[in-house]
Design a protein around this ligand. Structure first.
Ligand code: GSY
Length: 172
């Protein structure tokens, strides 16, 4: 069994509903169990800053699937939720990134794990260390909590979540 952490973000439309729908879709995937979810954070945009604030969160999944298969699931989830991204760093209704896959260092043409920019993004680090406060970066050995120091500005709890079931909205 593998443990992976995914980063979810949205800054277009009903941002919270997008996150809920993405988690619901992950839960419905054969071979994927969503085991833990962080609080939802409202975060200032990083990179291209002339865009709306994001809602971000991190989810932990357990799965027998390969990292490449999980990447396909992330891309399919983005597409089914109608992701429209006009340019690389621009607004998006939903974004799913694989942050960690066990403690593995994976370098493929379309997939690098640990996510190459995760240690410099407060919107990833703050929700991640809420779930795994003692986790170290699998390549550098530096605790993510150390990377998070000085990167908490512009990252604020927007909603605390009491478990996966409470988070996912009615499926009627
Ligand atoms: O890489 C994910 C998309 N993204 C985000 C994001 O999710 N949150 C914040 N705060 N800034 C971002 N810039 C980009 S690109």
């Amino acid at each position: 069994m593998n443990t992976a952490f995914l980063s979810l973000g949205s800054n277009v439309g009903d941002r919270f509903a997008m996150l809920q729908d993405a988690v619901r879709m992950l839960r419905h995937q054969e071979g994927v169990e969503v085991t833990r979810i962080s609080s939802v954070y409202e975060t200032d945009p990083v990179g291209y800053t002339e865009q709306a604030t994001f809602l971000n969160m991190v989810v932990e999944i357990m799965s027998e699937l390969s990292s490449e298969k999980i990447l396909s699931i992330c891309l399919e989830t983005e597409q089914s939720l109608g992701r429209i991204r006009e340019f690389r760093w621009g607004p998006r209704c939903i974004d799913l990134d694989i942050l960690l896959y066990n403690d593995e260092n994976i370098v493929l043409e379309k997939l690098i794990i640990p996510h190459p920019r995760m240690h410099e993004r407060g919107f990833v680090l703050v929700p991640l260390i809420e779930l795994v406060p003692d986790q170290v970066h699998p390549v550098t050995g530096v605790p993510f909590s150390d990377y998070a120091k000085g990167q908490k500005e512009g990252v604020h709890v927007w909603k605390t979540i009491d478990g996966v079931d409470a988070f996912v909205r009615s499926e009627s």
